[in-house]
Unconditional design. Structure first.
Length: 69
């Protein structure tokens, strides 16, 4: 598989990740600590997360009748 066909990861700050999911930065840090989300260190202090991994955490809520009429 070439790099041209591989989808690129988009890494965002913890603050941006929290804004994206409408949660607190502490929640993002907890996801990382529990192993539910991978954190990537950049340098000695900065931490980033993969936006695609955040999107993969989202799951639809089942509804009665599947939401169809």
């Amino acid at each position: 598989m070439s790099l041209a066909t591989t989808p690129r990861a988009r890494y965002v700050t913890l603050s941006d990740a929290a804004d994206y999911l409408s949660v607190t930065e502490r929640t993002i840090r907890n996801f990382i600590a529990r192993g539910e989300l991978t954190g990537y260190r950049v340098g000695t202090r900065a931490i980033r997360v993969d936006l695609r991994e955040l999107e993969a955490m989202l799951t639809p809520i089942p509804t009665v009748g599947g939401g169809r009429r």
